[in-house]
Design a protein around this ligand. Structure first.
Ligand SMILES: Cc1cc2nc3c(=O)[nH]c(=O)nc-3n(C[C@H](O)[C@H](O)[C@H](O)COP(=O)(O)OP(=O)(O)OC[C@H]3O[C@@H](n4cnc5c(N)ncnc54)[C@H](O)[C@@H]3O)c2cc1C
Length: 327
């Protein structure tokens, strides 16, 4: 079977990651626009059960590639296996999620397949057989419209940009498993261990107060904590930047590589509104952005925007609340 669009499935602990179904939604849209069929590629040591599940859910054609070196994600091994298999199918588009795995693998594949590489795709337009891929730049302040300049393209799809693919129960799909041995690669992933993290279920909170790099100093977290105390079911969230700086643990991170939340109220404090953050909180019922930059992208999604220095604004707000509750 000729595969014209191939989606590389992502999985962990024998479970297909939900982002795979989002990338499949994108691929289906692209396939419909260009009249191309979509197939799925899944790599691992034992993938048959997952491949069958994917085939049943999508009604499509799934190629499973098994090999000991594919037990855990390893860029070199995955690249070697994928390039080998893709030679048989010669697809025009190879799609994967814009995750840590996707953005490690995509440029490697593009290099070896002599393909263009367009990452973090958020929208697609197909017009008379020409495609335009749209992605954000500069934390959402600009949007770039791109088109591959080669006959083959490797694309990474921004998590949250497409809905999960709906079930196609009318067909059971089909699976083709290839067992392969590779020449040794320079490095081997021996094990992947989940880091110990304190449990925090941001999903249960009605109100999330989130800290970004704009709080400037971890000592300012107490302002956000005081703000959170006003609401009974509240929690502290964070941008990746604030976690990377060690101000909050990664269990607080919201976004494509953190948690996805949809509270009744989301207050973003000193967060610019990068697309990777927005993806994780755009489902919130009401969004308030507090940011000193009037052009910050957070205001594109905020219901209420406060252009202020948070170190000035939050103490005044807390003081006002104290007066209000005392009266
Ligand atoms: C593959 C990948 C995955 C990623 N995953 C995530 C993710 O899951 N979650 C995530 O959040 N990010 C993620 N990022 C990072 C993301 O691109 C941004 O870099 C990050 O969200 C920026 O964090 P920030 O808004 O806190 O910091 P900045 O972008 O530095 O913004 C700080 C903001 O604070 C404002 N500010 C400064 N001082 C004040 C003040 N005194 N008062 C009020 N406002 C002030 C500034 O105007 C600015 O807008 C990812 C990036 C990549 C490449």
């Amino acid at each position: 079977m000729k595969a014209q669009i191939v989606v590389i499935a992502e999985h962990t602990a024998n479970r297909i990651l939900p982002v795979t179904y989002e990338s499949l939604s994108f691929a289906m849209e692209l396939g419909e626009g260009l009249g191309l069929n979509v197939s799925i590629l899944i790599l691992g040591n034992t993938v048959e059960a997952m491949a069958k599940k994917l085939a049943e859910r999508t009604g499509g054609y799934v190629i499973g590639v098994e090999g000991e070196q594919l037990e855990f994600y390893n860029g070199e091994a995955y690249k070697a296996a994928t390039v080998e298999v893709l030679k048989m199918f010669n697809p025009s588009y190879i799609c994967m999620s814009h995750t840590a795995t996707g953005f490690d693998l995509a440029p490697r594949l593009a290099f070896y397949l002599n393909a263009s590489c367009i990452t973090s795709v958020e929208k697609v337009r197909v017009c008379e057989g020409n495609i335009r891929l749209i992605r954000s730049m500069f934390n959402g302040k600009l949007h770039a419209e791109m088109a591959p300049a080669t006959t083959k393209a490797v694309l990474t799809i921004l998590p949250g940009a497409w809905p999960s693919l709906e079930m196609h129960p009318e067909s059971k799909g089909s699976v083709h498993i290839i067992r392969t041995n590779f020449v040794p690669v320079a490095s081997q992933t021996l094990e992947i261990k989940e880091s110990k993290r304190e449990k925090l279920n941001l999903g249960d909170a009605d109100v999330i107060i989130s800290a970004g790099r704009g709080i400037h100093n971890p000592e300012n977290l107490h302002l956000l904590e005081e703000l959170a105390k006003i609401f009974p079911k509240s929690a502290l969230g964070s941008s990746k930047a604030a976690c990377d700086l060690g101000w909050l643990g990664y269990q607080h991170q919201i976004g494509i590589t953190g948690q996805t939340v949809a509270p009744r109220l989301y207050i973003a404090c000193g967060i610019s509104g990068a697309v990777q953050h927005i993806s994780g909180m755009r489902g919130s019922q009401t969004i308030i952005g507090i940011n000193s930059d009037p052009d910050a992208s957070i205001f594109n999604v905020a219901d209420y925007g406060i252009v202020e220095n948070l170190e000035t604004f939050i103490p005044i707000l807390l003081e006002e609340f104290k007066h209000f509750s005392a009266s």
